[in-house]
Design a protein around this ligand. Structure first.
Ligand code: RET
Length: 290
């Protein structure tokens, strides 16, 4: 039997995980103008984007065109909730990094807890918003279901492993291992976007708009892992406010400008969007019987 002092000593070794109150995080964010503005500006823009997209798509009749609009509108809808969750302190934590992490020198203390400010809610909600972006792109390109699902599944895997990288506190090397795994999944998404879908779009007659969206998406999305690597989660070369603004700036283009271009194009209901046997098209094409 273990003696009482030995049990007490064992308990003393268990690190007590102090939890920071949401209210303390909410106020901490408000006290950091750069960090706060990176979130609140996006709450406003997400709300505006929902209204603008709905206004642009008012007269859309074709079910397939409507599906593309709904997929695109999902993005600011998720974004509004995501940024509100971050700003309220709900999806933010103070995390103590593993030994060797460069951010150890730039810790903050909130509610008695020391660590970095991790806005992990971003990675979580990307698992909902980025599949919607890919759904809109895949539908525009006239992708088959196999490619569409492959892109979406690997994209969700990318976001979840990115979240895991951010939340790993056991080992510095393990954080980067998760990061690399996420990059590998990202490569699959980029392959479909840049190699597979352009041919489909050419066949569907949407090559012009798809060409623009393809470059916009590939270029902007490549920015996210770069920000992760340079930001407070990775090499900690950028402070938390700058890291957060970098993501927010990428979001403004990758979500709102992207969405605007998609909805504006689809609102005219061009044949490339309404034709094709799948997804409730109205052009009178009889679906294949296989
Ligand atoms: C992480 C870190 C791990 C490695 C990779 C990443 C990629 C993230 C991307 C995010 C795109 C987000 C968008 C959000 C819009 O709502 C998770 C940063 C590869 C590509 C477009």
């Amino acid at each position: 039997m273990t003696s009482l002092p030995a049990t007490a000593a064992a308990f003393a070794q268990v690190p007590l995980q102090e939890s920071v109150e949401q209210g303390e995080l909410f106020e901490y964010i408000l006290g950091d103008t750069l960090l706060a503005s990176s979130l609140y500006v996006n709450i406003a823009l997400a709300g505006l984007a929902i209204l603008v997209f709905a206004g642009l798509a008012r007269g859309v009749e074709d079910p397939r065109a409507k599906l593309i609009v709904i997929a695109t509108m999902t993005v600011p809808v998720v974004s509004l909730a995501s940024y509100t969750g971050l700003a309220s302190g709900l999806t933010i934590s103070i995390l103590e990094m593993p030994p060797g992490h460069p951010a150890v020198d730039s810790y903050v203390t909130v509610g008695g807890q020391e660590g970095i400010v991790s806005l992990w809610g971003r990675y979580l909600t990307w698992a909902l918003s980025t599949p919607a972006i890919l759904l809109a792109l895949g539908l525009l390109a006239g992708s088959n279901v196999t490619k569409l699902l492959t892109a979406i599944i690997f994209d969700i895997a990318m976001c979840v492993t990115g979240l895991t990288a951010a939340l790993t506190t056991s080992s510095y090397a393990l954080r980067w291992f998760w990061f690399l795994m996420s990059c590998a999944f990202f490569a699959v998404v980029l392959y479909i976007l840049l190699v597979e879908w352009p041919d489909d779009a050419a066949a569907a007659g949407t090559a012009d708009i798809f060409g623009t969206l393809k470059y916009l998406t590939a270029f902007m999305w490549l920015g996210y892992p770069i920000v992760w690597a340079l930001g407070v989660e990775g090499l900690a070369l950028l402070p938390v406010g700058v890291t957060s603004w970098a993501y927010s700036a990428l979001d403004i283009v990758a979500k709102y400008l992207f969405g605007f271009l998609v909805v504006r194009y689809v609102a005219d209901e061009p044949r490339g969007v309404t034709a094709g046997g799948d997804y409730g098209a109205t052009s009178g094409v009889t679906p294949a019987d296989d």
